[in-house]
Design a protein around this ligand. Structure first.
Ligand SMILES: [Zn+2]
Length: 113
C-alpha cells in the first residue's frame, strides 16, 4: 500500500501535515510524518542533534535552544499549538529523562514578543 495514497481527513485541517499524508490523533496530539516529509526529516535531524549534544555532554542537566522550523510546524500540525500562534523567538528546554528519552518544554520569548 502506498502511504501517499491514503486520503487526508479534511474535517480536522489543523491536525494534519501540509507536506505529507500524516493525520494527527486529536486525543494524543501525535502525528507521524511519512518518510521524506520535510517536517519529519527536520524533526529527525533535530532529534539527532539533541542526542549528539547530550552524548558529548553527559553531565548536562538540560539544553535550551531555539524552536526549529520543523518543530514549529509539527506543533501546529499536530494540534499541540493553535495554527495562528507565532512561535518566532520560542525556545525549547530539553531534558534527558532516560536512555534515549528526552522531555521537551516549550518556552515563550523572554519579555514577550
Ligand atoms: Zn509531514
Amino acid at each position: 500500500m502506498m502511504p501517499s495514497q491514503i486520503g487526508r481527513d479534511h474535517s480536522h485541517p489543523a491536525i494534519a501535515c501540509d507536506d505529507c499524508t500524516a493525520v494527527g490523533n486529536p486525543d494524543t496530539l501525535t502525528l507521524s510524518h511519512d518518510d521524506g516529509c520535510p517536517v519529519g526529516r527536520g524533526l529527525d535531524e533535530m532529534s539527532a542533534n539533541d542526542r549528539a549534544f547530550f552524548e558529548t555532554r553527559p553531565n548536562a542537566p538540560h539544553r535550551v535552544r531555539p524552536v526549529c522550523w520543523a518543530e514549529a510546524q509539527h506543533l501546529k500540525r499536530s494540534g499541540a499549538v493553535p495554527a495562528d500562534v507565532d512561535l518566532t523567538g520560542w525556545r525549547v528546554r530539553i531534558r534527558p529523562i532516560g536512555p534515549g528519552i528526552r522531555s521537551r518544554q516549550y518556552l515563550p520569548p523572554r519579555g514577550g514578543a
